[in-house]
Design a protein around this ligand. Sequence first.
Ligand code: SF4
Length: 475
Amino acid sequence: MAVTGSSPSALTPPALWDQQLIAKYDVPGPRYTSYPTAVQFAEDYTIEVYRQEALDNLQQTISPLSLYVHIPFCQNICYYCACNKVVTADRRAARTYLDYLNKEIELQSPLVGKHRTVMQLHLGGGTPTFFDGAELTELMHLLASHYKLTDSERREYSIEIDPRTVTKDSLALLKGLGFNRLSLGVQDFDEQVQTAINRRQRYGMIETLTEAARLYQFKSVSYDLIYGLPMQSLQTLSATLEKTIQLSPDRIAFYSYAHLPERFKSQRAIDRLDLPSAAEKLAMLSLITEKLLAAGYIHIGMDHFVKPQDELAMARHEGKLQRNFQGYSTCLAPDLVGLGVSSISAMPSSYSQNERVLASYYQRLDQGELPIAKGFKLSRDDQIRRTVIAQIICDLQLDMTAVEKQFGLVFSEYFSRELLALKPLESDGLIYWHGDKLGVSELGQLMLRNICMVFDKYLQQAEDQSSPLRFSRTL
Ligand code: SF4
């Protein structure tokens, strides 16, 4: 259950935040889709390590499975993009890729067996709907013939939709193929912002698809939006929020734009001067939270808002929320198998990532090898810290006694450095204590990454060695 004590720090209007405090918390930091984060993955992680853990699991577990399939192709480039994608107008790319996915599935599926029900399936990209209806059908057939797909009501089968690439009929096909959740890439409704990010899509397009999704009875429609984009202001964002609320999606993910042009080439098309400042971004985040809460949504944690009747809201209330690379979930399996170029797989004590470049991914499969390029084997300390960080992100609290029981340690001794480092966050109103539980205040919810960072051993090590790791800024 969530911490029941009331947060002593109500949401401070960011306008009242002084520049010193903003500068203090606007630092580079991970988004914690995993711990340790992907920057720790290394090439000394071998296929053999992966194969051994997968085979041990195969013999020991009958628990469900999560599948992720990455489809990297996009017809056009969005300037803000930080995804692993291949921009092409050549439709034949899809056919070739499907053939290689087939090869990977042939190698991969015997390692998990066909007895474990796939409760969670996610097609992401790139643009999964770069595949046409026949190709998507073939992909689902391929998955169904190698893994145990289910039609259980509890399944979460979702697909990311670029609204510019689908029609109402495509949604009917997706429903027929077993998908019950749609994630629409909306980003922003403002035309000037859309031009600045090279992603023009009319409001009517989103409205039509949202209505069609309801007609075909998808269990949930989620919108992906971004704040901190070029040409965005509190006024344009306010209008986007009103349009969003009017269309009433079940879930809203509102991500912070991370401007890293030195890492992502397409972002060099964005003029830094058109971007809002850290203070403006914080004001935007506050506006988003305020408007969505007023419209009845619940802020379940990092970047995510849902309607009160949504399963995620209930799971959050019951302290059963989970999170992985694809976001929050109620039925996360212990193992996530990632298929396709750059996909990440997660097992209880390791992460692994496929080749990130398409040619290398194809080459490895042509050699009859699993296309794993790097990975990470978790130590006991990593597992303890992963649990702590997951609690903060999913439960918005940290139950020290539960961690002590689970791992047989004395929290105040094991984390003495971290408890000291939390003191300034407490003074600044990001966290508060309720008995042996740390609670995240409303203000702290806007800065979850900063709270998690206190428990990140790799950030501590980098700091001690004065060699900062490369991440986007937290605000
Ligand atoms: S944001 Fe999505 S659709 Fe746009 S280029 Fe990146 S992966 Fe493709």
